[in-house]
Write a protein of this length. Structure first.
Length: 306
């Protein structure tokens, strides 16, 4: 894939300043409703689960309350499972997969695990189908001390008292065609770098933590998802998105070093799911179901190998 024209904002070779960020933000339009798509579902769950407001984002576009869903019968001696979605707001099945998991399956873990689910970490970006927050910051590179992203900082504050007690953290994502047509070109322009085209893998894959890989945990999820949708193959270089494939459908990243959401706790079992919603071989229903299958398989494996 080649991009012939320069990105429409900024000067090639020069990082963006405040004026360029403002120009970029002015181009983002609301395409869907956080209230209708997410808050309404959370409202239905309040009779069965505890719902915690863990932050409130103030933007020119309005106020966005941030909610997490907790097991109602929280017991301190049970392991904690953290599920996060919508860190990148445009990655739709991460949000709806997290909500579906809670609605259809969370109750089956009563008495076995404490569940904490943050289904839509970046609501402004969810509504605008974008990767960044309003300041052109990627929340999934911002899970670090003194985070520049309020979305990430709010979630870190919520999890901080629990971070050394979390057994498993599953962070739900997608890799889309727009990564190549919009988001990576925008990233290069923002940072004053040349854009280098890449390829989008067709299928589901997982990202393990290179600092503490758990290959059996990852493969349990791959096996479950393979019953729902196809697994992304390695490219001709034996890679997926530029990283070596270490097992079918699995690559590794340095979670904490990169400031990724999946690195925010001391969980033994961590992963980032990735789906390709633009595949002609997958429907939106399959994508949501695949996220749920991954979450269930990951929790079941972790609980069975404590």
């Amino acid at each position: 894939m080649t991009i012939d024209a320069p990105y429409p904002i900024g000067t090639p070779g020069l990082p963006w300043g405040a004026a360029e960020v403002s120009a970029w933000r002015s181009r983002q339009t609301r395409k869907r409703s956080y209230e209708a798509d997410v808050l309404s579902v959370i409202g239905r769950l309040r009779s069965r689960f505890d719902v915690v407001e863990y932050g409130r984002l103030q933007h020119d576009a309005g106020t966005y309350p941030l909610f997490a869903i907790r097991s109602r019968d929280w017991l301190d001696d049970l392991p904690i499972v953290l599920v996060t979605g919508g860190v990148h707001g445009y990655e739709t099945s991460g949000v709806h997969g997290a909500l579906r998991f809670v609605e259809e399956h969370a109750a089956s873990y009563d008495g076995r695990a404490n569940l904490l689910v943050a289904p839509c970490v970046s609501p402004w970006a969810y509504e605008r189908v974008h990767r960044w927050n309003p300041d052109a910051i990627d929340p999934n590179r911002s899970f670090r001390d003194d985070s520049p992203a309020p979305e990430s900082a709010a979630l870190m504050r919520l999890v901080a008292p629990l971070r050394d007690r979390v057994l498993v953290h599953i962070d739900l994502h997608e890799t889309t065609d727009t990564d190549e047509t919009e988001f990576r070109p925008a990233l290069a322009a923002r940072d004053g770098n040349p854009y280098e085209p890449g390829a989008i893998p067709d299928g589901f894959y997982l990202v393990d933590d290179s600092a503490n890989p758990q290959p059996e945990f990852q493969q349990a999820m791959i096996a479950a998802v393979a019953k729902v949708t196809h697994i992304a193959p390695a490219d001709e270089n034996g890679e997926i998105i530029g990283s070596p494939v270490v097992a079918p459908g699995v690559i590794e990243y340095a979670f904490r070093e990169l400031g990724l959401c999946a690195g925010m706790t001391d969980a033994l079992y961590k992963t980032t799911t990735e789906l390709y919603p633009d595949s002609p071989r997958a429907t939106a229903e399959q994508c949501n179901a695949a996220q749920v299958a991954a979450v269930r398989a990951g929790i079941d494996f972790a609980l069975g190998h404590r």
